[in-house]
Design a protein around this ligand. Structure first.
Ligand SMILES: [Zn+2]
Ligand SMILES: [Zn+2]
Length: 297
């Protein structure tokens, strides 16, 4: 895990984040994800500066091992001087060695955030789930940490005041907020009360706006007037120009005189592409996450 440097904002990794959510649904289908319906509780990962360093780190690591459903894994946490914030040795287990940067000795409340990311590396290693390249693999790790209920800690570790800023992980604060909101929508959870960082909370509300927008894209019936108007125009064009590419989240296939027109679009929950015939009101069920979608095609 990288150490906080200049804090980047916005959504530069959004495509990879969405691909990570889809990959997670493919690897842990519905039943598997139900096990993660609750997030790790703030009290279970709380770490005051007065707590014993090593006992506290072991306790928080244990809570995160439980959260991430790694019952037989044992994390051995140590501290040393290093350039990174934290690292984990991905071995066969059941013991895994996690090293945390010495600075956490005096920033104990962020130990949970660092451990959440590293322990998710262990989970992904065991699931055999990875993305090629360090950057994408780290984005996968942050996304999965958050989607499985331990990543709100990473967003809450983001703080800024007049003189300094701190952020952990590879996603921007808004991207963490986005994934957290996607999770909240999927599991019916409200993470708002857990934030201690005002900046983390603000980033959550911003990410949530983008997450809600995913559910209001045409051909979903929840799309707004402007979106529906544009969709109708694009559909007419596709009808007359088979094979035309729109470049929008939705795309038409077929058309012309021979073939029936079909539309494909990303599922607002898992981002797997859904393909349905264009024939007015259609109720579709995502084949991957099983979400029922009301569409007006
Ligand atoms: Zn990492
Ligand atoms: Zn889906």
């Amino acid at each position: 895990m990288a150490n906080g440097s200049e804090v980047v904002h916005g959504y530069p990794h959004l495509d990879t984040v969405r691909a990570a959510i889809t990959a997670l649904y493919r690897r842990l289908p519905q039943e598997g994800l139900y096990a993660y319906a609750g997030s790790v509780a703030p009290a279970d990962v709380a770490f005051a500066d007065g707590d014993d360093l090593h006992l506290g780190a072991q306790r928080v690591a244990h809570a995160l091992v439980q959260q991430l459903r790694l019952p037989d894994a044992r994390m051995i946490v140590s501290f040393r001087e290093m350039t990174h914030a934290a690292s984990v040795e991905l071995a066969a287990g059941p013991e895994y060695f996690i090293e945390l940067n010495d600075r956490f000795r005096t920033h104990r409340r962020d130990i949970g955030a660092a451990l959440a990311h590293e322990i998710t590396h262990v989970l992904l290693h065991r699931l055999g789930l990875s993305f090629p390249g360090t950057r994408d693999n780290e984005i996968l790790t942050d996304t999965v940490t958050t989607y499985l209920g331990a990543g709100w800690l990473l967003l809450d570790a983001y703080r800024e005041d007049g003189v300094s800023s701190q952020k952990l992980g590879y996603l921007t604060p808004e991207e963490f907020g986005y994934v957290l909101a996607k999770r909240a929508l999927a599991f019916g959870e409200d993470p708002s009360p857990w934030f201690t960082s005002p900046q983390g909370y603000t980033a959550y509300t911003e990410g949530r706006t983008v997450a809600l927008r995913d559910g209001r894209q045409p051909p979903l019936t929840a799309a707004g007037w402007a979106g529906r108007h544009r969709y109708a125009k694009d559909r007419r064009y596709a009808q007359d120009h088979p094979g035309a590419v729109t470049g929008l989240p939705y795309a038409f296939e077929g058309g012309g005189h021979e073939a029936a027109l079909r539309v494909s679009f990303p599922c607002p929950t898992c981002h797997q592409r859904i393909r349905i015939p264009v024939r007015g009101r259609v109720r579709a069920r995502c084949g991957l996450c099983r979400t029922v979608l009301e569409c007006d095609t």
